[in-house]
Design a protein around this ligand. Structure first.
Ligand code: SF4
Length: 484
């Protein structure tokens, strides 16, 4: 049922989260979206709802009022005009008093904001079945493919006291035995050593473990891991993302081969023996040489392990090379680039696959067809809602489960809707094109994204903004100059 067909009796369908930063492909189904961080703005929306319910209730009036709030987008109040070539001419409000640009909602003080002290504990084992402790929001690395790194700026840390307090409450209310220290780049938390030692002091006697989901390629991260994984050494995952230094500079991934050598050597010396390396395939400007770099890096890790004295080799060694297909995302410096075609992805995957000829190195890769669809919807517009309806009518309901994913039905749905998937996925956009998500202001400016894109073509890197502010457009950024 589309939003326009729902009457006063229906509940509101509300969207949010990072994927909703380009809400347009699903705009027709939702009554409103929360763009940005929902903790505070949702309370304001609920209070407004309460006030309207106490008075004379009118669904439209309520939506009109909240449409003027920071971070609230009511799709029905906006219209889009298209050019003859299918690109967007303009998007504009059709209701008076609502903004033309939706500014993201952002939490200023993450220490005082609402954070859950209880969690639903499922009866079955699920992914992330543990206490999740969010240490900070934002990331300073500026990887050019990463949407989260742009939309969650600026970095805002919770205090160690607040985190230990939350951990105590969450453990008490759930009975979980693991705390996951979660953030975009967890090892960047400025008081990580203190936090871990506080948590271990507090919980060690209760047999509660601590896990660190994302690791930097350095010995500091491995030292921390050593501390929290005293007995069991699970595998280590590193994400060089690209096989060559040239391509890592293009994507502004601030790691080099030396970092990998040092981190892996250190990890092997400390007793780890299994390493997972994550890469992306189809990155802008990628060449065959870059792809062969994936094999070279995995062989390098293998050689580092086997070139060590026999007595220091513990456990059974293995490298897993895992690749994902690159999907250009809105609000990143790569939002204008063409995505690789299915044929290109398959060709590149097969090049890497055939280049790896060592049984100690496993290779796995993501579903190419799924990445093609992701590419369409990630940068899509309102015209895609019809495709969703048709695909649903054809039975596409549980596509998240690979055995239920029917790519053929999605292709039929695109064709019957007269939509050319390549228009969204394969087409490189002009830098001055009006993009479907341009009406949203994520804090980071379009000018900054353009500048970063042009720098990527010159293989020029941008510094981590803990070291130097890159003037990304965030107003009143508390980070600026803090670490300089
Ligand atoms: S304004 Fe500067 S310091 Fe703040 S997030 Fe942007 S680049 Fe980083």
């Amino acid at each position: 049922l589309l939003a326009k067909d729902r009457n006063e009796d229906y509940p509101f369908i509300v969207g949010g989260g990072p994927c909703a930063y380009n809400p347009e492909p699903i705009a027709d189904f939702f009554d409103f979206f929360v763009i940005g961080e929902g903790e505070e703005i949702l309370l304001k929306v609920l209070k407004t709802y309460e006030a309207h319910k106490d008075g004379h209730w009118d669904r439209n009036n309520f939506l009109k009022e909240i449409a003027s709030f920071y971070g609230i987008y009511v799709p029905a109040f906006y219209e889009v005009d298209y050019n003859e070539n299918g690109t967007i001419n303009k998007m504009y409000p059709i209701v008076e008093g609502i903004p033309t640009v939706i500014n993201k909602a952002m939490i200023e003080d993450v220490n005082t904001m609402f954070a859950p002290e209880t969690m639903i504990v499922p009866f079955i084992e699920t992914i992330h079945d543990r206490v999740i402790l969010e240490m900070f929001r934002g990331c300073t690395h500026g990887c050019r493919f990463c949407q989260a790194g742009m939309i969650y700026r600026p970095i805002r840390e919770k205090s160690t006291e607040r985190l230990v307090d939350l951990a105590e409450k969450l453990i008490a209310s759930t009975g979980y035995d693991t705390i996951s220290l979660s953030s975009l780049s967890s090892c960047d938390y400025s008081s990580l050593n203190i936090l871990i030692s506080d948590l271990m002091d507090r919980f060690e006697g209760d047999n509660i473990g601590i896990s660190l989901p994302s690791l930097r390629l350095d010995s500091f991260s491995i030292d921390i891991l050593k501390e929290i994984e005293k007995v069991k050494k699970s595998g280590l995952t590193f994400a060089p993302e690209a096989g060559s230094q040239r391509l890592r500079d293009v994507i502004n991934k601030g790691v080099n081969q030396e970092d990998l050598i040092q981190a892996v050597t250190y990890a092997f010396n400390e007793g780890w023996s299994r390493v997972k390396l994550y890469f992306m395939i189809g990155l802008p400007t990628e060449t065959e040489e870059d792809l062969m770099g994936i094999k070279d890096m995995s062989y390098l890790v293998r050689d580092i392990y086997f070139n060590r004295p026999n007595e220091s080799k513990k456990g059974s060694f293995g490298v897993t090379v895992s690749t994902g297909c690159f999907v250009p995302k809105p609000f990143t410096p790569f939002q204008w680039v063409s995505q690789n075609s299915i044929e290109e992805f398959n060709h590149k995957i097969s090049l890497v696959k055939t280049s790896i000829r060592d049984r100690k190195v496993n290779f796995n890769y993501s579903d190419v067809n799924l990445s093609y669809l992701e590419g369409i919807f990630a940068r899509g517009d309102r015209r895609l809602s019809n495709v969703l309806i048709k695909a649903w009518e054809k039975g596409c309901k549980y596509d998240g489960w690979s055995d239920q994913f029917r790519f053929d039905l999605w292709m039929e749905a695109l064709e019957e809707s007269n939509i050319d998937g390549d228009f969204y996925s394969r087409r490189a956009r002009e830098l001055d094109e009006v993009l479907p998500w341009d009406f949203i202001n994520p804090g980071v400016s379009k000018e900054f994204l353009k500048k970063e894109y042009l720098k990527s073509l010159k293989e020029t890197t941008t510094m981590d903004c803990r070291l130097a502010c890159g003037n990304c457009g965030i107003v009143d950024c508390s980070m600026r100059g803090v670490f300089n």
